[in-house]
Design a protein around this ligand. Sequence first.
Ligand code: BDP
Length: 720
Amino acid sequence: MKKIFALVGTVILLAVTGSAAFAREGYKLWLRYERVSNLQRLREYRESISAFLVEGNSPTMNAAKHELRLGLRSMLGEGISETDKLNRSGVLVVGRYGTSSLLSRLDLHSKVEKVGSEGFVILSGSIQGKKVIAITGNTDIGVLYGVFRFLMMMEQDKDIANLDVVSYPRIRLRMLDHWDNLNGTVERGYAGFSIWDWHTLPIYIKPRYIDYARANAAIGINGTVLNNVNADPRILTHHYLVKVAALADVFRPYGIKVYLCANFDAPILLGELKTANPLDKQVQKWWDDKAKEIYSLIPDFGGFLVKANSEGQPGPSDYGLTQADGANLLARALKPYEGIVMWRAFVYTYNAKDRAKQAYNIFKPLDGKFDDNVLLQIKNGPLDFQPREPFSPLFGAMPKTNLIMEFQITMEYLGQGTSTVFLAPLFRETLNSDTYAKGKGSTVAKVIDGKLDGNTLTGMAGVSNIGADRDWTGNIFGQSSWYAFGRLAWNPNLTSKEIADEWIRMTFSNKRDVVDPVDGMMLQSRENVVNYMDPLGLNMIFGYNNHYGPGPWVDFSPHPDWNSTYYHRADSAGIGFDRTSTGSDAVSQYFPPVADSLASLKTCPDRLLLWFHHVPWNYRLKTDNTLWDQMCYDYQAGVDSVREMQKTWNSLKGKIDNEEWNNERMLLEIQEHEAVWWRNACLLYFQTFSKMPFPEGIGKPDHTLKYYESLNFPNAPGTW
Ligand code: BDP
């Protein structure tokens, strides 16, 4: 009997504590809607909102209703009622401006006018003598965005007494690019398999698809490319298109359009034609017919993303034609349906003198040659998503072409799934960079939001870090970079700190003793990785192919520019890639003041030094340290700061969800090992050239260089 009681007791205890132990697992992202714990705040919120009234019955308005039910009741308690009459104060009135008779009584016109087709207004006011909070916009999706923003403000413990929020996106296409393969793997994915279950679609709609749409709409993402840029042509077959259509149906109420990566050789690879030549009438007809078929299934299909003539992918150069010829072929097929083409500028051949110059050389002469429904999609830097790159010189150099920025949210080159890195500072660094294209103040942000050249078809794409892991991103901090991407695509002027603050509050806690330390950790996190992987402008020194861990010795690839040695060029005289006029002259691709400043050893910032210069080992930097000593100090600083992150994190035990705390504790332990590994391997390797001793304070490597060189990881994730 006693035993049975004990057993029952355990079960009850598990049931009660279970919610604490398994409470979160990060699944809810920024839509946790936890009960407001600050009692004063709870009282204020309940005074302002006792009921909500949503006008309109479209799927989008119903999504808004659903969100309000969920959010308000879970944050404020079940007492919050849904009403269709304004019969008291404290009603949250939600509806489209112009169609709502209640909202037309508020003087909102001048505000609503500003917010365009996706923005919103949130305002405290009074209607018929009753105090209300109004959420409105010109369209249903604007209203839904406003609802999300309002709920998220409450999650962030914001004062809602006197609201006057006018918000609209500065960038038109705010896209997540999934590098998901049809077999369920994810190229450069570190959070498990793909979230798209192609096998069970179109019938089985996973709740996760809806939660994906909710989370993305909450941060203003309005497009998703479902498949890998290394595109399997079969995505364009009817078999898959009906599955794509099912996802499009799920996402539509949330304002998210679907896009697909198209393989340029699809007409050949699907066995239908012998050529994919853009000048061939049959090829043109093939794409026209394909577009017709797609739009018959998905009337608001967004368009294609294309990787052509890059890393083995087919493209127009195969027929001696330009990249613009290729892009325009697809653009013309989509044009009747208002579809667009995002054509990637990530094009290079393997044997160039300087790969970093290629995209500019190929695309700059094509400025003005692309159709008006094409956007050129440019990676943030001239190479390939390195921990630090200068901005791509194409920004500012293509005034007659629509451009879309491509950032990588998945951290292929920043520690992959095991590292804690908040990417907003990296995104900001690119956006803040001044191209000087039209004089001082011509920042990349202004190129991208269209202000500089007056473009209206603008965009920002992020290569997604989402997978089927319970917490979506493998490491909960991965969520912060997804969040940051969405927020910056909405408003590229937000600061990293503002974004970090919002995210921490919605993810962990509103308490200062959590927000402040986590904030400090996040804002420093990207620089930590740069320090222990690629200080002083180093880049591309990763493990071969899987890009996991250090590999500065890699020199065995048949493609010269897949070798680390191509990039760092270490020798007995020094290290770094001379991109000045004595070398590849890549500096000349920038506008004069930028080019001059980068070209001079004196003015080139230390953080980009080895990107642009081959520098003697004993050269004295601005810190007065020799290059070699500084390199050692930077690697060590990277390790030290990961240890600092561990200390900070340890101090948070008990202040945040225990399971999330413990997961991150373990990941930081892995990161610390990786940082030490990077420092040891890189310094031992570069020392074979510098022949200089480690200065004092540098941790002693616990293995030989040979040992580090012998490590290999055939099953590292993300390489398929
Ligand atoms: C590289 C990745 C590769 C991608 C490529 C791309 O290693 O997996 O296919 O970028 O952007 O960095 O196309």
